[in-house]
Every structure is written in structure tokens, then in C-alpha cells.
Write a protein that binds this ligand. Structure first.
Ligand code: NDP
Length: 398
């Protein structure tokens, strides 16, 4: 069993996870990539020379199909980089077969654009009783942003009071409109109402209502929009001294104009409609005609810059702290064949899996990443292609 890992999902993120897992074959001894379309798994595996990757077809919406595959391959850990809709079926199959679990996005019902952790946190006792570990939200955001916050709390603060997660994509993929990860999930996330935590409660905003320029390292000022992001839920729970927690993401004017048109003409809707005698969901049809995020890498220039800006108290004095990573789309593509957003998600998922196999992040139950020791993960970020930087006592702008 040791080192046997099953990756589910052959998209942009799955491409990076498969490559990075293969590059760390001292930890991952047997690797399988399974997804809805086996030919996509085969194409990814054929491009990886560092290790042999087995492939399989699976519909991850079916617990029965998953159980059959788990029994055949006998993985010790599943890395779920399919879609958030599959989280619960994969967790159910893990419980049935005694397999550990890791994902990068929290469960979302397909017919309701609402992401909350309670569905997955409800599995805590069952994972505890089965002696299995589930690691939730181990991409970049959520993921590294939680590890950054835990690292700040461990080393630089007695109490964190203000947390701003700032996510900038200053890349150019040379397409009029494309999303950097699954279009359906991305558009559902951005068209939702905004939400942030302040003084013990959630404050709701209209979509993109609050925005301001934020200056990103090596990028400069970019208009950044407050939106709700899932790690705010777990971080405010796990760090109860936080008085305010917000999430900011940059969008270009072109992107926002396209998004507005898409919404105005009804193409962002998740309500099924009848088309030529069959039911279709507009946003799923839109996904089929938009560029595949996996194909954006080739001419992608520029970089991402994602980090945590934190204000709090250390030794009775107020201090500020900024910890961030910048990731070049070109370098990501050169190494893995995928663009920076897939890379910044797939590398942390791989590191989380390494932490599990090394026995460092392994305890029965269901956990968000900030509940584990951040230090070995932070060390590995530097080695696996996502080096981070710190700034102290600066003007956080927020
Ligand atoms: P893609 O759409 O590129 O890939 C998703 C893959 O999952 C596809 O290969 C798809 O198969 C497969 N899939 C979908 N449904 C099923 C199913 N029922 N059974 C088996 N396989 C299925 O998405 P990305 O790679 O861009 O994103 C993957 C995940 O990563 C998403 O959950 C996303 O939310 C998350 N993410 C997390 C981030 C973070 O920082 N935490 C950032 C970016 C993404 P097919 O090819 O047949 O369609």
C-alpha cells in the first residue's frame, strides 16, 4: 500500500499533479490517473517520462464505480482533482474501502452555486472511526493561503486580527475570454454575492461591489475585487482571534465585460432549459465552447501573485506581515505543460500528499490544511517550484 496514489481528474490541475507526483517517485511508488475520459489520462501519462502512470476510466459521481476501482488498484490515498461536485461520492468510496482523501475545492451541489464546508466536515467522525485522514482544500487558495496563515500564527503573531488574501493573475493568455480553471466552477464562484467576515459575522455584498487597487510584487497596482472564497470559512473558525477576513482577486476590464454579457444573455445560468427537445444547462454548454483551461499554457505570459496580508499583535505590539508567492506561467508550462493557475493548484496538492505519505499530515478525521504543522509544507514549497517571500511591518494598503 505504501506510496500508492490514485489521482482523479485529468484536467489542467490533474496534469500538474500527475507530473509532480511522478517527479517525486521516492514518495509515490505506484501512480494511477483516472477520470471520466480515459483518453485524456492516456495523453497526460504519455507525456510523463519520470515514472510509469497507470490510467483508468471512472465516473466519480458513482460510488459503485469508485469502489470497484479502489478495490482493483488499492490506493492508500486519493487526490481528488475532478470537480467539487464529486467530493462526497469520493469520500463515501474512501470510507467504504479504507482509503485516505485529499482535495483542492470544497463540495458544491451541482444545482445550487453554494460552497460551504459543512457537508464535508460532517464526515469527521466517520473518518476518525475508520482511522482515515481527509485533507481538505489543498490547492493554492484554498490551500497555501491556509498554510501561510498557520505559519504566520505559529512564528510571527500572538494574535492575528486582520487577514486579507490577495490573489492576482497578471498573466496574458492572448484569448479574448477564457477562465483559468474549470469555466463552470469559476463563473459560478465569481457571479455569486461577495461575503467577508467582520466582528463575528458575515457581511454580504453585491458581486464585485467592493474593489480597490492593490499593489502586487513585480506586477504593480491592479484593480482587485472582494469576493467570497471558501478558506474564509475555515480560517475564521480555526483562528478565532481574526476580527476581519477578506479575499481579493484581480480581474481585467475585458474579463468583467465578457462576464457581464454572459450573465445578461443568460449563459451563466445553472437552471436547465429545453433545447431542441433535450435538457441542457446553459453554463455547461458555455463551458463546451470556451477555451479549455488546459490548452491555455502555450502562449501564456506573465505571472500570478498570491499571498496573505496580515495585521495582528506580537509581544504586545502591532505588526504587519505579507507572505506571498509569484509564479510564472511560462516556467509552469515549460515544466509541466500546464499554465500557472493549474500549477499553483497542482503543486500544493502534491505536497499535501507528500506530507501524508511521510506521516507528517496524518491523523484520523477531516481537516483543513491550517490544522496541520505548516513548517514542513512551507519548506517543500521552496523545493517544488513555489518559493515564497516575506515582508514585515509594511503598509498593507488594506
Ligand atoms: P478541469 O475542468 O480542467 O478538469 C476537471 C477534470 O475532472 C476533467 O478531466 C473531467 O473529465 C474530470 N471530471 C469531471 N467530472 C467527472 C466525473 N464525474 N468523473 C470523473 N472525472 C470527472 O478542471 P481543473 O483541472 O481546472 O480544476 C480541477 C479542480 O481543481 C476543480 O475542483 C477546481 O475547483 C479546483 N481548483 C482549485 C484551486 C485552488 O487553488 N484550490 C484553483 C483552481 C482549481 P472530462 O475531461 O471528461 O471533462
Amino acid at each position: 500500500m505504501k506510496g500508492r496514489v490514485l489521482i482523479i481528474g485529468a484536467g489542467g490541475v490533474g496534469t500538474v499533479v500527475a507530473k509532480k507526483v511522478a517527479m517525486n517517485s521516492d514518495v509515490f511508488t505506484d501512480i494511477m490517473l483516472a477520470s471520466r475520459t480515459k483518453s485524456k489520462c492516456d495523453a497526460i501519462a504519455a507525456n510523463i517520462k519520470e515514472a510509469k502512470i497507470k490510467t483508468a476510466q471512472v465516473d466519480a459521481d458513482s460510488v459503485e464505480e469508485l469502489v470497484k476501482l479502489f478495490k482493483e488498484f488499492q490506493p492508500e490515498l486519493v487526490i481528488n482533482v475532478a470537480l467539487p461536485y464529486q467530493d462526497l461520492t469520493i469520500m463515501d468510496a474512501c470510507l467504504e474501502c479504507g482509503v485516505n482523501y485529499l482535495d483542492t475545492a470544497n463540495y458544491e451541489p451541482i444545482d445550487e452555486a453554494k460552497f460551504e464546508y459543512h457537508w464535508q466536515w460532517a464526515y469527521k467522525e466517520r473518518f476518525e472511526q475508520a482511522g482515515l485522514t481527509a485533507i481538505l482544500g489543498c490547492g493554492f487558495d484554498p490551500g497555501v493561503t491556509g498554510v501561510f496563515t498557520a505559519y504566520a500564527a505559529k512564528h510571527h503573531f500572538d494574535e492575528i486580527h486582520y487577514l486579507d488574501i490577495v490573489d492576482c493573475n497578471a498573466g496574458d493568455h492572448k484569448r479574448p475570454f477564457a477562465t483559468n480553471f474549470n469555466p463552470e466552477i469559476n463563473i459560478r464562484e465569481i457571479t455569486q454575492k461577495g461575503k467577508y467576515w467582520e466582528n463575528g459575522q458575515w457581511v454580504e455584498t453585491e458581486p464585485q461591489e467592493i474593489h480597490q487597487p492593490i499593489t502586487y510584487p513585480e506586477v504593480g497596482p491592479r484593480e482587485s475585487y472582494l469576493l467570497y472564497h471558501e478558506e474564509l470559512e475555515s480560517l475564521t473558525k480555526n483562528f478565532p482571534t481574526i476580527k476581519r477576513a477578506r479575499f481579493w482577486m484581480t480581474f481585467g476590464q475585458e474579463y468583467l465585460t465578457h462576464l457581464r454579457v454572459i450573465q445578461n444573455i443568460g449563459m451563466a445560468s445553472i437552471e436547465p432549459i429545453m433545447y431542441e427537445g433535450r435538457e441542457i444547462v446553459p453554463i455547461q454548454f458555455l463551458k463546451a465552447v470556451l477555451p479549455d483551461p488546459k490548452e491555455l499554457g502555450e502562449n501564456y505570459t506573465g505571472q500570478t501573485s498570491i499571498g496573505c496580508r496580515i495585521r495582528g499583535i506580537k509581544d504586545g505590539k502591532e505588526r504587519t506581515y505579507y507572505v506571498y508567492n509569484n509564479c510564472s506561467h511560462e516556467a509552469a508550462y515549460k515544466e509541466t505543460g500546464a499554465q500557472g493557475v493549474s500549477y499553483t493548484t497542482g503543486v500544493p496538492a502534491t505536497i499535501g500528499a507528500m506530507m501524508f505519505f511521510k506521516g507528517i499530515w496524518r491523523k484520523p478525521g477531516v481537516y483543513n490544511v491550517e490544522e496541520f504543522d505548516p513548517d514542513p509544507f512551507m519548506e517543500e514549497l521552496n523545493k517544488q517550484g513555489l518559493p515564497w517571500h516575506e515582508q514585515f511591518d509594511i503598509d498593507l494598503e488594506l
